[in-house]
Design a protein around this ligand. Structure first.
Ligand code: ADP
Ligand code: MG
Length: 234
């Protein structure tokens, strides 16, 4: 990122990465020669037109999308040399993801939605940890509710609780307010920024909302699979 002290070692380091997907019409270059460094504890806003590669970039950082070229080192792990099992444990240990459409399991309660990934991690007291994460996002009174019984804002709070409950180092938020009305979206973002500061988490926030991006420590703009600018908000 810009203006970082020379001594700060980045938590995210992408060097000249390419992502090329094969479509029926032939190969499509999704990310091209993209490099990015993020200092721990910072919030990076990512803006850019639809289809420019923002979601793909987050998926690369989560180890959910493979790169075809370049180097990707996240939390000290070189993702390019890891197999699927190693990538899955990397995600469990380091990454929390918040999606626009919440991605909760409809047949599970709020508590179960948060606890299940913790159980995969073989965490002792998964239920207690999940309950405390839900309490932290203001949902102590909704533990046994199903997603269908919750408002959009409450569902996103569950998703945030799930993302933070295992102590993720990096939160990837892909248009987290995109399905919420503006007042609810604002509250959700205040919550995300507060948790980020309290936990000293690194946050990557994809958003169409430039006012929201301005609340980040830095903003980069993606276009046609490349980062075309990076700046500190005024
Ligand atoms: N699985 C896929 N196969 C082929 N093209 C894809 C696939 N996923 C995404 N794309 C294309 O990659 C480009 C970037 O997509 P995406 O990362 O979702 O952009 P954004 O999040 O900025 O809207 C788009 O042109 C999209 O159509
Ligand atoms: Mg997207």
């Amino acid at each position: 990122m810009l203006n970082q002290p020379a001594t700060a070692s980045p938590i995210i380091s992408l060097e000249h990465i390419d992502v090329t997907l094969t479509a029926s019409a032939g190969p499509v270059e999704i990310l091209r020669n993209l490099s990015l460094e993020v200092t721990p504890g910072k919030a990076l806003g990512i803006v850019g037109p639809s289809g420019s590669g923002k979601t793909t970039l987050l998926m690369v950082l989560a180890g959910l999308e493979a790169i075809n070229k370049g180097k990707s080192v996240i939390c000290g792990h070189d993702l390019t040399v890891m197999n699927e099992d190693q990538l899955a444990s990397f995600r469990r240990d380091h990454i929390g993801i918040v999606f626009q459409s919440f991605h909760l399991i409809p047949t599970m309660t709020a508590l179960e939605n948060v606890a299940v990934p913790l159980e995969f991690k073989a965490t002792a007291n998964a239920d207690q940890l999940a309950a405390s994460a839900l309490e932290r996002v203001g949902l102590a009174h909704r533990l046994t509710h199903y997603p269908g019984q919750l408002s959009g804002g409450e569902q996103q709070r569950v998703a945030i609780a799930r993302a933070i409950s295992a102590g993720a180092d990096i939160i990837l938020a892909d248009e987290p307010t995109g399905n919420l009305d503006s007042a609810t979206g604002k509250t959700i973002m205040e919550l995300l920024f507060t948790l980020q500061r309290e936990n000293n988490t690194t946050l990557l926030l994809v958003t169409h909302d430039h006012d929201l991006a301005d609340k980040c420590d830095e903003i980069c703009e993606v276009r046609d699979g490349r980062i075309i600018s990076a700046r500190v908000p005024a």
